[in-house]
Design a protein. Structure first.
Length: 255
């Protein structure tokens, strides 16, 4: 039986989605966001170094982020998929990865995307963000490493948006949500995604709080996570590139 079929079923679905989202976020924080060296921001993943800290490698700092990205897929895609399929009895792809080919959304993106991406040039000048990004400065050793990292980084954002703007929001909303219901889930989603950024630079935490409702509303308004997910990802790719340029550590060779 699909939970969305009745009023009581919808209430049960809301609680399952909300509680599982809280537990998943907590599990992810412990295994993939718990850092040492907090004063240096986002360095030395505790769980990664517990498992692999004994290995000697000059690229350990970079490898820990591949580990983080892999855990993001596990926590934010695999587990929600299992919950959606086996507990909610819903189609995960239709619930989370639905795509609405909306001409209005595409037109807005063509206007907004260049402006947002251009703004990362100015943000990249902030010392606190330069200390944080790229997550590992080792991606500047070669263009191959840089591209491999950015490709892996895509799965991080894909999983992140699938979880918070997909599974949480679409899973919590009723088929025909009212304004109060939409505002409620936008607040819940924003609280979770802002808390997710605690430990990051203050500017980034503030931006998470400001853009949480925006990205959330866009996914609801256009019935798809894709429009917000793509700009979220490319913002970070441009940020990494501009910061490497400003620090004079852009790759000098392909390998």
């Amino acid at each position: 039986m699909e939970f969305q079929g009745s009023s009581s079923g919808q209430v049960k679905q809301k609680w399952i989605v909300l509680l599982s989202s809280l537990l998943i976020t907590l599990g992810y924080w412990i295994t993939a966001l718990w850092y040492q060296n907090q004063q240096a921001y986002s360095k030395d993943l505790v769980f990664f170094h517990f498992l692999f800290g004994g290995f000697q490698s000059s690229r350990l700092d970079l490898l820990q982020y591949y580990f983080q990205f892999a855990l993001t897929v596990f926590w934010f895609i695999l587990l929600p998929y299992l919950i959606t399929k086996w507990i909610l009895n819903l189609d995960f792809q239709q619930l989370v990865w639905r795509h609405a080919n909306d001409s209005t959304a595409i037109k807005i993106c063509l206007i907004i995307y260049p402006l947002v991406l251009a703004s990362t040039w100015f943000s990249s000048a902030e010392p606190v963000l330069q200390a944080e990004y790229p997550l590992s400065k080792l991606i500047g050793v070669s263009w191959f490493t840089f591209l491999l990292y950015q490709l892996s980084y895509f799965f991080y954002f894909f999983a992140y948006e699938s979880m918070f703007r997909g599974f949480l929001q679409f899973g919590w909303l009723s088929p025909k949500p009212g304004t109060k219901e939409i505002i409620s889930i936008l607040l819940i989603q924003t609280l979770l995604t802002t808390a997710f950024h605690i430990g990051k630079p203050g500017t980034e935490v503030l931006m998470a709080a400001l853009f949480g409702p925006v990205f959330g509303y866009v996914s609801i308004r256009f019935n798809s996570i894709w429009y917000g997910m793509l700009i979220h990802y490319f913002m970070n790719v441009f940020m990494d590139t501009f910061i490497l340029h400003r620090l004079h550590i852009l790759p000098q060779s392909f390998f």
